[in-house]
Design a protein around this ligand. Structure first.
Ligand code: AMP
Length: 218
């Protein structure tokens, strides 16, 4: 059976860390729209320039652009057994688009579709965002306060240098929260109504959340 997972939750709720672990656990591709968009920006393409202007303001990139990227990615061969989709959909329009893409790609296939909501108290999240760093080479995520590297500024896994995302500053973080509540949070009810939403208590350590996640995705 093809396994399709999507994840909802506010910025810095721990989705990136847990979904990367889940992808390894199920041997499925981790499809993360934020990273795909940052790669598009790094390529210097026209679409990358457009995406950057929205990301820098903490707003959603236009649906035509992100939809094109997602459709191409989900059509790739490594997604034929399923995918771990992180950061998409982020609005009702995108959720409808995903349904349409899945209909096209999954014709006649048995699918297990699950939407997992990272349920967490938002008050801690701004501090998580401004302290977040990632490895410029392997993408491993760290946090200066909650998950520091052994040697300052150096990735524990590959020795790469740590970088801070440009949109991980306090001003953009507030805008990203506004965007989340306005555009993305209504999807909780959207998927609840379809009977596919699972609630994950996302506070606590990475290990604790991971154990809870494994229980609910079984
Ligand atoms: P993330 O890495 O998931 O925190 O995403 C970083 C930024 O990329 C977001 O604040 C948006 O500007 C943009 N972005 C990521 N995913 C989407 C999406 N599904 N739709 C529109 N914009 C997105």
């Amino acid at each position: 059976m093809k396994k399709e997972f999507i994840f909802l939750g506010p910025p810095a709720c721990g989705k990136g860390t847990q979904t990367s672990m889940l992808a390894k656990h199920f041997n499925l591709p981790h499809v993360d729209t934020g990273s795909l968009l940052r790669a598009e920006i790094a390529s210097g393409s026209e679409n990358g320039k457009i995406a950057k202007s929205f990301i820098d303001k903490g707003q959603l990139v236009p649906v035509w652009l992100v939809g094109e990227i997602i459709k191409n990615r989900l059509s790739m061969d490594d997604c034929k057994n399923g995918y771990i989709l992180d950061g998409f959909p982020r609005s009702e329009e995108q959720a409808d688009m995903l349904t349409k893409i899945n209909k096209e790609l999954d014709d006649g296939i048995d699918v297990d579709f699950q939407a997992i909501y990272f349920d967490i108290d938002e008050s801690v999240l701004i501090s998580r965002i401004v302290n977040r760093r990632s490895c410029k080479d392997c993408g491993e995520i760290y946090n200066l306060k909650y998950k520091p590297t052994k040697v300052e500024g150096v990735c524990d896994l590959c020795g790469g240098a740590l970088i801070q995302r440009k949109d991980d500053n306090e001003e953009t973080a507030h805008a990203r929260f506004d965007t989340y509540f306005k555009e993305t949070a209504p999807l909780i009810e959207y998927y609840q109504k379809q009977g596919v939403l699972k609630d994950l208590k996302a506070d606590g350590s990475i290990k604790e959340v991971w154990q809870r996640l494994l229980e609910i995705v079984k």
